[in-house]
Design a protein around this ligand. Sequence first.
Ligand SMILES: *[C@@H]1O[C@H](CO)[C@@H](O)[C@H](O)[C@H]1NC(C)=O
Ligand SMILES: *[C@@H]1O[C@H](CO)[C@@H](O)[C@H](O)[C@H]1NC(C)=O
Ligand SMILES: *[C@@H]1O[C@H](CO)[C@@H](O)[C@H](O)[C@H]1NC(C)=O
Ligand SMILES: *[C@@H]1O[C@H](CO)[C@@H](O)[C@H](O)[C@H]1NC(C)=O
Ligand SMILES: *[C@@H]1O[C@H](CO)[C@@H](O)[C@H](O)[C@H]1NC(C)=O
Ligand SMILES: *[C@@H]1O[C@H](CO)[C@@H](O)[C@H](O)[C@H]1NC(C)=O
Ligand SMILES: *[C@@H]1O[C@H](CO)[C@@H](O)[C@H](O)[C@H]1NC(C)=O
Ligand SMILES: *[C@@H]1O[C@H](CO)[C@@H](O)[C@H](O)[C@H]1NC(C)=O
Length: 643
Amino acid sequence: MQMILYLMLLAANGEFRKISRSFICRLRLLHHLFTLAMMTMYNHFFLHFVFLFLFLFLSLSQISGSNLHKTKVLTSDFLPGAASSNNTPALTEYFEVTKPIELPKTKPCSEHILHHDFGFTYGRPPVLANYTPPSHCPSHTFSKIVLEWKATCKGRQFDRIFGVWLGGVEILRSCTAEPRPTGIVWTVQKDVTRYHSLFSSPHTLAVFLGNVVDQTYTGVYHVDVTILFYPSNGYAPRSKVGALAFGGGVPADLVLPISRNLPLNDGLWFRIENSTDEGLKEFMVPQNAYRAVLEVYVSFHESDEFWYTNPPDEYIVANNLTNSAEGGGSFREVVVTLDGKVVGAVWPFTVIYTGGVNPLLWRPITGIGSFDLPSYDIEVTPFLGTLLDGGIHSVGFSVTNALNVWFIDANLHLWLDGKSSTTEGELVEHVDKPLSVSLVSDFEGLNGSFLTSAKRSIFSSGWIISSYGNITTSFVQDFVYNNSMVLEKNGDKQTVNQVILFNDSVRANLPSPFVDDRYSKFSIYIYEEDEPGQEDDTTFSVTNVTLGFDKNKYRSSAFGVSKSALKNVQDGQATMVIRGNLVVRGHGETQQDYSYTSDGYCYSREVGSSNYTILYDKVTHSCNKRSHYHDHGRNSIKRLFIM
Ligand SMILES: *[C@@H]1O[C@H](CO)[C@@H](O)[C@H](O)[C@H]1NC(C)=O
Ligand SMILES: *[C@@H]1O[C@H](CO)[C@@H](O)[C@H](O)[C@H]1NC(C)=O
Ligand SMILES: *[C@@H]1O[C@H](CO)[C@@H](O)[C@H](O)[C@H]1NC(C)=O
Ligand SMILES: *[C@@H]1O[C@H](CO)[C@@H](O)[C@H](O)[C@H]1NC(C)=O
Ligand SMILES: *[C@@H]1O[C@H](CO)[C@@H](O)[C@H](O)[C@H]1NC(C)=O
Ligand SMILES: *[C@@H]1O[C@H](CO)[C@@H](O)[C@H](O)[C@H]1NC(C)=O
Ligand SMILES: *[C@@H]1O[C@H](CO)[C@@H](O)[C@H](O)[C@H]1NC(C)=O
Ligand SMILES: *[C@@H]1O[C@H](CO)[C@@H](O)[C@H](O)[C@H]1NC(C)=O
């Protein structure tokens, strides 16, 4: 049977659509209009097409937008495999390709903490549960703790951002998968061992997932959160205790929340709405801390969901798009301050949420980082001396060029001196070279090309004296950024190439010097083009995406030298034929190559999909290229965890 896809292009008419395509769609106000329009159209559809099984409702925003996907797309189903038989179809399993968590060979105790059906939760308080340390486990020392998020959903729904906090400390930032009428399921497993200290006392677990359920957005997310505790098998390297905070892999003794306090009708994150907005949190640290790391969580939404595709303001102004398009240029930087001093920056990886650019790209292989958004560590030990006075201090977050809205918060990981009630220290050097950004801009009307480049370097160094001795720590961040954007065909074609190179390095002069270097490369290529289709009154829309996340690490400490290298790249191609308000056909294909090596351990996976079907899936988990194939039938993607 041939499937026909109907796409509703809301507000997709006339002039409005022509220019705004790419630009308007992410506005909140429009979003509400879409909702209303969709509800109306849905009824209309139902009457007229009640015989057809199909349907995909892509909220127009995405589609009509030529180049810029900035839209929220809402799909039901239209692709082969949906509703195609009388048998109850299996749930489609979505997954993010990542390496399996390295686990000890011990039997975990599990604790189910929360079950909730997230219906209409937008604008409501987070869902809360009481966490108490597991009492039923035979052992109470754990070498690994894993958070498991499992969810199912059926119907039509947008991708929704969510966060999980324990005692106000964020432990997962993620995005839901978009459902099908036949139902989907997905699981996120995250190693949360670095929050170990939190798990040893009772806390409130909070989950905020702002969902909207009505006649159009029918998907309710049914969620279970479980924690798996893996007992340690005896070994604890106690002798080198002073060095443990540096390279011993021992989690912090205390993790402080740098987030908003409950009660809230929102997530605990700060909302950063523009370039002058600042999120500020006051806190106090125990006076015997000897190492401090600030872990920052970041996600970008609405007008800045696709910040890297936003043209410069001068283009927006010249084309009279001020009220309809997102500008601000393509560069964003999250700046983190401590008592007003810049301690570090985050140039974020361009996570594409599960409905982003073209939602057909992310089924069932979801975008890199979309199920487990990366967090970013800023070493603040050089500044620790200034925090040990027993007074109140503050962390601030702001975003250069921000448009509404960014969700940001952080966790302060602190290692405490077990043998002394006070430590002491001093910031010795702090170099915060001003951000340098350049823009080469050349445009005529809606056609143009823009090259944006930026550079930044932040350095700090300071000493802390504790019972482990006088340790001087230095931290450096070096960033380089390039974004090339070309708009052609009066804005109907957009090509963006962006790369962020990011090095950071922590050094400490322990008895045995500690070096922790990280080299990251975040890249994205997006091409999107609309042209007249072959049939009358149709538009053919093509999208290609390449998303790359590479990270190399080098660490040398009293515990030896370790190195790791991750290369993770996704290529996606998607097309759509649109007639009037309907998408007649569409499909999406994704290929991902993931390769991780670390000290003799290797894991790689090459997987490709087309319209929900896995075409190939090759997993290699030894360094000598021995591999095996997993043959998956449709809708039966297996998790490939290897220990
Ligand atoms: C930026 O956002 C803040 C918080 O909503 C608001 O108070 C402020 O007026 C905004 N500034 C500008 C320039 O829009
Ligand atoms: C923008 O608006 C102004 C004033 O309404 C008009 O003169 C100008 O031609 C418009 N420019 C474009 C590119 O539409
Ligand atoms: C710790 O070491 C630094 C650098 O060598 C030095 O400047 C500082 O005075 C020392 N602190 C103490 C309390 O000895
Ligand atoms: C990162 O380090 C590498 C190796 O030293 C160097 O080639 C590269 O230029 C550095 N990148 C940045 C952004 O400093
Ligand atoms: C950024 O662009 C400039 C100018 O085209 C080029 O010289 C440089 O190598 C680029 N850097 C990166 C990291 O791509
Ligand atoms: C923009 O480029 C298209 C071809 O891509 C051309 O037809 C159109 O005339 C150009 N518009 C302007 C204002 O130069
Ligand atoms: C888009 O992807 C298709 C399929 O791989 C390829 O044939 C085409 O050349 C790509 N176009 C661009 C501009 O990236
Ligand atoms: C996906 O859909 C497209 C368009 O309908 C079709 O050409 C392609 O063969 C489909 N792929 C698979 C694996 O069914």
